[in-house]
Design a protein around this ligand. Structure first.
Ligand SMILES: Cc1ncc(COP(=O)(O)O)c(C=O)c1O
Length: 449
């Protein structure tokens, strides 16, 4: 039986639900990345490392709420904190102590965090950070790196891979992106040139590389970025929406020792509930202050937001960050991720299939069906002397067959890779490696590899 036929056979209830969804949502989905053919799975419940779909299939989850659940689903302390808070009210529309504790935890973990402002999402956090940078410098130009993702705010939705002439999402005026410059990552010369030629307000990046490290950033460029932005008077923004609390308990900045001016956070920050934050230099966040209680939108960076630091997210975030701070989730997930990457590479070489698995901390990626440089020790990626930022990509056919095949085997990947959590066990890694072996064999049988 073909992979797609087995997928249809295993998931009839999801198929029915998707028929309904198509009549109420564009594409039948509620987040671009949940697009799936012939239909996505509909999940009914989740616990620990697993979720169960509408057909009762148990699935090892490597999506973990788009990376928000470093601790896994329903981590007891987080769940208890949420339930406790529900008993006390879900939203006060007022200041409360939990938001202070939450910010104190952020400041204790994230080196750049002298001051914090909570938002409701990562997109809002990057929007705020970019605006603060423009306000602080009085400059217009934003510099970002090709394929780096910063959410869907107007300034950041240029089409990856086709930048230069400002092609962009529908609904964004040309003028908006005319002040955004996109350069390749890992290219110090392009960086220096742009900083010297343009009046750059901010440089923003995903500090492990494009798409949560799918295209790995050469770590050696981080100190160069720090030095060059300081020299040019531009604000350095690390978008740690994914890597914050995951690359290390203090994000990439704690691991690398390179401290940006502003940091954007979300996902793990709020323990699986909605929430984001901008954390950084006090003098920059002070631009939000009104001082005299003015609520007008002039001469300051205004920041309302109904759900900013809402008590439920603050309760979940506090509980999650308390556990994150021990370093145990990070150590556990990284160790399992390393094992998994090693095992995925053994499967590929054992089956004589071109490609590789690689990763960082608890994030892993795969390229299948195309040659890629040998990973360092089965985990990193050797970018020495290679300033270009192109890597071979998975063909569409291979991508879809891999995702469907792994779901048939009870494993949900996040693209061609995933996020390992504190809840995963060695048995889950063992199962995943076996699932990958069988999926690759099925793909070969279908002539895809
Ligand atoms: C690096 C990065 N920045 C920003 C965002 C946007 O965050 P949100 O989805 O919470 O708006 C994401 C989302 O995946 C992200 O990966």
């Amino acid at each position: 039986m073909k992979i797609i036929e087995r997928y249809e056979e295993l998931h009839p209830a999801s198929k029915r639900l998707h028929q309904r969804a198509l009549s109420v949502f564009p594409d039948g989905i509620t987040h671009d990345i949940r697009y799936f053919t012939p239909f996505p799975l509909y999940v009914e419940r989740a616990e620990g490392a697993y979720k169960w779909d509408a057909d009762g299939n148990k699935i090892i989850d490597f999506i973990n709420a788009h990376g928000a659940l470093l601790l896994g689903h329903n981590y007891p302390a987080v769940k208890e904190a949420i339930v406790r808070q529900i008993e006390r009210g879900t939203h006060y529309g007022a200041s409360h102590e939990l938001e202070i504790q939450w910010a104190e935890r952020v400041e204790a973990l994230i080196p750049s965090a002298e001051s914090v402002r909570f938002t409701s999402s990562g997109t809002e956090a990057t929007m705020m950070a970019l605006r603060l940078a423009r306000a602080y410098t009085g400059r217009r130009t934003l510099l970002r790196f090709r394929q780096h993702f910063h959410g869907w705010n107007d300034n950041m939705v240029g089409t990856p891979g086709r930048e230069g002439v400002h092609p962009h999402a529908l609904g964004v005026p040309d003028e908006t992106l005319s002040s955004v410059v996109v350069i390749p990552q890992n290219d110090p010369d392009a960086l220096r040139q742009t900083l010297s030629e343009e009046d750059v307000a901010a440089v923003i990046l995903e500090p492990t590389g494009a798409h949560w490290g799918t295209v790995p950033l050469d770590e050696a460029i981080l100190p160069v970025l720090r030095e060059e932005t300081a020299k040019a008077g531009a604000v350095l923004i690390f978008d740690e929406v994914v890597t914050g609390f995951r690359a290390s308990p203090g994000g990439v900045q704690a691991a690398s020792g390179v401290v940006p001016d502003l940091t954007t956070l979300a996902k793990i920050l709020a323990g699986g509930l909605p929430g984001g934050a901008v954390a950084g230099k006090q003098e920059m966040l002070a631009l939000i202050e009104s001082g005299d209680g003015r609520r007008d939108f002039q001469d300051r960076v205004p920041h309302p937001g109904t759900y900013n630091a809402n008590p439920l997210s603050a309760a979940a975030g506090n509980a999650a960050l308390e556990v994150v701070a021990t370093g145990d989730p990070h150590r556990h997930a990284e160790k399992l991720c390393r094992d998994l990457v090693g095992r995925l590479n053994v499967v590929l070489s054992g089956q004589g299939v071109a490609g590789c698995a690689y990763g960082l901390a608890s994030m892993f990626h795969m390229i299948i069906g195309a040659e890629c440089p040998p990973p360092i020790g089965g985990f990193g990626w050797d970018w020495q002397g290679k300033p270009g930022d192109r890597i071979p990509s998975n063909s569409g056919d291979i991508f879809w067959a891999l995702r469907r095949g792994m779901l048939n085997e009870g494993v949900d990947l996040m693209g061609p890779g995933g996020m390992v959590s504190y809840a995963h066990s060695e048995a889950d890694i063992e199962h995943t490696a076996g699932a990958f072996e069988r999926t690759i064999a099925a793909m070969k049988e279908e002539g895809l590899l």
